[in-house]
Design a protein around this ligand. Structure first.
Ligand code: ATP
Length: 233
């Protein structure tokens, strides 16, 4: 579904992503794990067209998206829930969701809202509330709901567990699994390797801009280096 081949991404002179290749097949949950600054967010931003790669290729559903505009990439069915949620804090919950529908036909809006509210009853209760007053977990739900408004077939989530209490992390991960069961393919970026490996099919480990290991989630969980560096064992 998504194929990233030999990409190199720079911030000015900083070589942030070095010859990275990975794939996500339809129906998978694939996780990118790694420490702070390893380059995980940079990869997602590059796939969604917010940053450009100097070399290499990125294809989605067999089409070249390396130079495609971000809104076109969303239209193709690839949505990105950024790190730190990036919701519109001054707008209401419903207005935020409506912003996520900008690539869709207006006639579909109420059905799409209903669909998101069914999945996130909490957002329905708070639909007229200003988003800045939501709790961290609710803001994460809103960011995910907003992405779902574009009908993604591949959903990229950047650190959905960030800043959340353990019980909320569990809830968010349950929702990710529900979305997956409903047919959405997931690319999950996490520092919380424990949680990520508990739901992923496969994982790639990133260190300073390079992929240093990859395999099934089970292989990663059983790998001594992964256990030491990322699972606190
Ligand atoms: P985090 O979880 O902290 O976001 P990450 O694995 O997602 O970590 P990135 O944010 O992708 O890492 O950062 C990768 C590298 O690129 C880091 O060395 C970082 O300092 C650098 N970097 C990120 N954004 C910028 C920027 N806007 N300008 C310059 N360097 C940047």
């Amino acid at each position: 579904m998504l194929k990233v081949s030999d990409i190199n991404v720079y911030y000015g002179n900083i070589h942030a992503i070095k010859d990275i290749s990975f794939e996500v097949a339809k129906g998978e949950i694939v996780s990118l794990i790694g420490a702070n600054g390893a380059g995980k967010s940079t990869i997602l931003k590059t796939v969604s067209g917010l940053l450009r790669t100097k070399t290499g290729n990125i294809t989605f559903l067999d089409g070249d998206i390396r130079t495609a505009a971000p809104n076109h990439i969303v239209k193709l069915g690839l949505a990105h829930v950024p790190e730190g949620r990036r919701i519109f804090l001054q707008m209401t919950v419903q207005e935020n969701l409506e912003m996520g529908a900008y690539t869709q036909k207006p006639a579909a809006l109420s059905a799409d809202l209903e669909n998101v509210y069914e999945r996130f009853p909490r957002l329905r209760e708070r639909r007229r509330q200003v988003a800045g007053t939501l709790s961290g977990g609710e803001q994460q739900m809103l960011a995910m709901g907003r992405a779902l408004m574009s009908h993604p077939t591949l959903l990229m989530l950047d650190e959905p567990s960030m800043g959340l209490a353990p019980i909320l992390v569990e809830q968010i991960f349950d929702i990710i699994q529900e979305l997956h069961r409903a047919g959405t393919t997931i690319l999950l970026v996490e520092q919380n390797a424990q949680m990520a490996l508990s739901i992923a099919d496969r994982a790639y480990v990133l260190e300073t801009g390079r992929i240093v290991m990859n395999g099934t989630a089970k292989e990663m969980r059983e790998d001594e280096r992964v256990q030491k560096a990322y699972l606190g064992m």
